[in-house]
Design a protein around this ligand. Structure first.
Ligand code: SF4
Length: 481
């Protein structure tokens, strides 16, 4: 027990989303930086390593962009003074967690690129599978990269294509023909805001409106935060161009519906429960996952609890279906920012449970069903089951609201190598023993479709069958030199 919190930090056994994006264009000329700040704040769960905002005045000189980015949470990086100094009626913001590209300030986004046609600012969520190859090709033609992220490869392609196209949106479409993988992009040109979603639709992207302003962002929860109304989702493969002359849509890159492949983990874990993605409520899909677990893997118990936050809705679903009371067993401190001083192994505080405490009163003497969204390496599950038992739970039955992870992800989710996955080469019974649970069951893979109203989705990390050929070399973390 003495090293618990130290391990908790070093072996953080959670999945990570790569990024969140938020762009805005105010046709009345008002400043957008502070709204982007609040939008990013609502997307903080999608990335906590770095963040940034770039804004520009559409009636000002074409190349003038004011941008600010830094390492840390949105409210650690931006001050009222920084935002006050950022003048512009068009802008784009980004929160980042890195899977490809190391965690440095240079790799923070938005990327701002000056070229002959003016300035481009770009914010990207997702991972390209051919970034390395495209990067080498560009380097051979003289490109010098400032960062190690694949977003810069996209920005370069758009800038190059722009030299041969009539409009920046045409350049984005031409760049999309070269890049492969997962991307939801926002591109700010001097007079246009453009949103683009990859043809498989791995990552979410939606459009909102507030008064005479338009917004493009990763999740609908960010629209509610800034009091904007949801207009619609950007379609997989669609390019949306926002200008005061209207909103223009290009669907030439869209694929037949059955080729779409949304990342199912947006619903299971990444997205906020108050978001809707492609018409499906994230909260409702989690409730359903819990209900299916109760139907498919019932067990007698006194209490159902969720591992916060994403396990909570599934736990409620399990309770609703089974009739077993729903309760709270964990108290989570969600304010652990990047600047938090991590306890050292040698310190007395290393036994402090900084992130998660158990409410002993709630679980003592009870048979507990614990719902978690996923088990990656199993290190956290092992500890949490142990904490429940130490607090007096007589039995701990673990139910997982996703199927077992067996394969890596190449599209922006930070899943460790196969050998580190607890489900690799182990039966469910073996895993149960490793994490110290009294019983264990996962969500059946055929339930995923029912969970998201049969929206086509990706199941690569469970089945090894990816919506596109995976790269022959492991690109994850390739640039982290
Ligand atoms: S492989 Fe898994 S984590 Fe990656 S995009 Fe597909 S469903 Fe999401």
């Amino acid at each position: 027990m003495s090293n618990r919190i130290h391990e908790q930090y070093d072996l953080e056994d959670e999945l990570h989303e790569e990024c969140g994006v938020f762009g805005m264009y105010d046709f009345d000329g008002g400043d957008v930086a502070s709204t982007i700040y609040y939008g990013l704040f609502a997307l903080q769960h999608r990335g906590q390593e770095s963040c940034g905002i770039a804004v520009s005045e559409t009636d000002g000189p074409k190349g003038r962009v004011s941008s600010f980015k830094g390492m840390g949470l949105v409210n650690e990086v931006f001050t009222p003074e920084t935002l006050e100094g950022m003048k512009g009626d068009i802008g784009v913001g980004h929160v980042r967690y890195s899977t490809a590209g190391s965690s440095t300030r240079e790799n923070a986004q938005p990327l701002v690129l000056n070229y002959v046609k003016g300035t481009l600012a770009l914010a990207h969520n997702g991972n390209l599978i051919n970034a390395l190859q495209l990067r080498h090709e560009l380097e051979y033609t003289g490109a010098i990269f400032q960062t190690t992220i694949d977003s810069e490869v996209i920005a370069y392609h758009i800038a190059r294509e722009r030299l041969n196209t009539k409009s920046v949106e045409d350049a984005v479409i031409r760049a999309m023909k070269k890049i492969q993988g997962a991307y939801s992009l926002i591109v700010m040109s001097p007079r246009k805001l453009i949103g683009a979603r990859d043809p498989h639709g791995f990552k979410p992207l939606c459009i909102g409106k507030r008064d005479n302003s338009y917004i493009i962002t990763s999740e609908s929860c960010a629209l509610e935060t800034v009091d904007a109304e949801f207009v619609r989702d950007v379609l997989p493969g669609e390019v949306v161009t926002i200008t005061p002359d209207g909103i223009f849509s290009d669907t030439s890159m869209c694929k037949p519906k059955e080729k779409e492949a949304r990342c199912i983990f947006e619903y299971i874990y990444f997205a906020r429960p108050d978001s809707h993605i492609d018409g499906v409520s994230v909260y409702h899909s989690r409730i359903l996952a819990g209900k299916y677990l109760a139907m498919d893997s019932p067990v007698e118990a006194d209490l159902v609890v969720g591992v916060p936050e994403s396990g909570n809705a599934a736990a409620l679903g399990y309770s609703l279906q089974s009739g077993i009371p729903y309760g709270t067993a964990f108290v989570k401190n969600g304010y652990v920012g990047r600047t938090f001083i991590k306890p050292k192994q040698s310190n007395r505080e290393s036994s402090v449970r900084v992130k998660l405490n158990v409410l002993a009163e709630a679980v003592k003497g009870k048979r507990v069903i614990m719902i978690d969204d996923s088990i990656v390496r199993g290190t956290t599950s092992d500890r949490i089951v142990g904490m429940l038992k130490e607090a007096g739970a007589t039995e701990v039955h673990v139910r997982v609201s996703s199927p077992p992870f067996l394969y890596p992800c190449y599209f922006g989710t930070d899943i460790p190598s196969r050998e580190q996955l607890i489900a690799y080469n182990r039966s469910v019974d073996d895993i149960k023993k490793v994490i110290g649970a009294d019983s264990l069951a996962y969500l059946e893979i055929n339930r995923l479709g029912e969970m998201v109203e049969q929206l086509p989705h990706c199941t690569g990390c469970f089945t090894g069958k990816y919506p596109m050929d995976p790269p022959t070399i492991d690109i994850r973390g390739e640039y982290q030199k």
